[in-house]
Design a protein around this ligand. Structure first.
Ligand code: GTR
Length: 421
């Protein structure tokens, strides 16, 4: 590796580490703030029932998050063709069906495709399904040698054998720890996953991924109210859902969208903006996910907009170092999923994501679920570590760091078996 690259890597590391160091982790320094009431319209009118919520408040909140946080998708685009790249009735030692399905999109003379890897339990005729993105390619979630390696751009990670931004055989199975495929299949659920970089490479560059398919004339980037990468990734999940609706082996009424971290933010937005998802699991989504922005604990709106200028729409920058001006907060994003079940999870050592802020996001979303007679979070104190609260709104904080673990999946599976009907 040449010196310049080493220097750049060093500075990237130092600046991330110092960002995390500079952040506030002191509860006594959390500013005083007034949280918007999800059951009060922007004009002050109170919402008293689910009908009024659906007719008035839900649309105005959804509209605010669309225009000012994640960004609008500039148009509709249906799947142009579905190609089954590979399929087997004898996957995972014979207990599962495997399909690798390529979804192709065409618009304005441009094409994009992404591959959905699907495992379905043979024991179930029409399987309920978890769907979620992975960070380093479908072949990283399993040791299964038949899983096709994506040719799309990937962030370099020498420890996974990813150099020159290309995924390789060396990274097969490196993320099995985050996916628990066998447990999922044994519980009677299917699993679908997509490499997020195929929908939009995770870099501040709007010339690649799905965005250019919607550009008009010589447009170079989305407008200030149009989609960043999180909304683009959410869009991809909705298109995967379009496919699930066509696949007879999948129960499209029981698709739970899952994601970790930036992809946990994505899962929340996908669930909020597409009612076809039967439930949402958001693992350690932090700032711009489930954590309350107004707490300014750990990562802040300013920091996230600076470190990842492409994740949100440009309008979100109006709230950098200006969280008090936000007429919404992230508990209202969670509320948009009501009455469908939603699970938020934190990790004790993941202070950058603000576990308490994530818990409060779930807690303060609860009144909207209660409008439907559903149970949310009923205690105002955070539960102890490794002591999940599992209602329609579920929450846990486990020991350990920012990651997805077997403990997390065990809770998600148990909860889904109870709440996804
Ligand atoms: C961090 C970012 C977080 C979180 C995380 C991840 O660097 O600051 O918001 O999304 O990345 O996605 O792993």
């Amino acid at each position: 590796m040449n010196r310049l690259i080493l220097c750049l890597l060093f500075f990237a590391f130092v600046s991330t580490a110092s960002a995390q160091f500079d952040a506030n982790y002191d509860e006594s320094k959390v500013p005083e703030f007034k949280l918007p009431d999800p059951l009060k319209m922007f004009n002050g009118k109170k919402i008293r029932n689910s009908k009024k919520w659906e007719k008035n408040r839900c649309p105005e909140l959804l509209n605010f998050f669309t225009e000012n946080v994640y960004g609008e998708v500039p148009g509709e685009l249906a799947i142009s063709s579905v190609q089954i790249l590979e399929q087997s009735e004898n996957a995972l030692n014979g207990k599962a069906i495997r399909k690798q399905v390529d979804l192709v999109f065409k618009n304005h003379g441009k094409t994009l495709d992404f591959t959905v890897l699907i495992y379905l339990p043979k024991s179930v005729e029409k399987a309920p399904l978890f769907v979620g993105y992975n960070f380093y390619g479908n072949h990283t979630i399993t040791e299964d040698v038949e899983v096709i390696i994506s040719g799309s751009w990937a962030r370099n990670n020498p420890s996974f054998g990813i150099i020159n931004n290309q995924l390789t055989e060396q990274s097969r199975g490196v993320r099995t720890n985050r996916w628990c495929v066998d447990k999922i299949i044994d519980a009677g659920f299917g699993l679908a996953t997509i490499y997020y970089g195929e929908v939009d490479p995770d870099k501040d560059d709007f010339s690649d991924g799905i965005h250019p398919l919607f550009y008009i004339d010589d447009q170079q980037q989305p407008a200030a109210n149009e989609w960043g990468s999180i909304a683009a990734w959410s869009w991809g999940l909705s298109r995967a859902m379009d496919y699930f609706e066509r696949d007879n082996a999948i129960d499209e009424s029981k698709v739970v969208v899952f994601g970790h971290s930036r992809l946990g933010k994505t899962a929340l937005w996908a669930g909020a903006s597409d009612e076809r998802f039967a439930g949402v699991i958001s693992n350690e989504p932090g700032c711009g996910g489930a954590a309350l922005s107004k707490r300014r604990f750990g990562e802040t709106v300013w920091r996230i907009n600076n470190s990842f200028p492409h994740w949100f729409c440009k309008n979100f920058r109006n709230y950098s170092k200006n969280e008090e001006a936000l007429p919404v907060d992230q508990h209202e994003l969670i509320a948009l999923i009501a009455p469908r079940p939603v699970y938020i999870a934190s990790a004790e050592e993941d202070r950058w994501s603000d576990p308490k802020g994530e818990f409060l996001g779930a807690l303060y979303a609860t009144p909207v679920f209660e409008l439907y007679g559903k149970k949310g979070i009923e205690q105002t104190e955070m539960p102890g570590v490794n002591q999940p609260i599992q209602n329609t709104v579920a929450y846990h904080i486990r020991t350990g760091e920012h990651d997805v673990t077997e403990f997390d999946w065990e809770q998600y599976i148990k909860w889904a078996q109870k709440f996804i009907h």
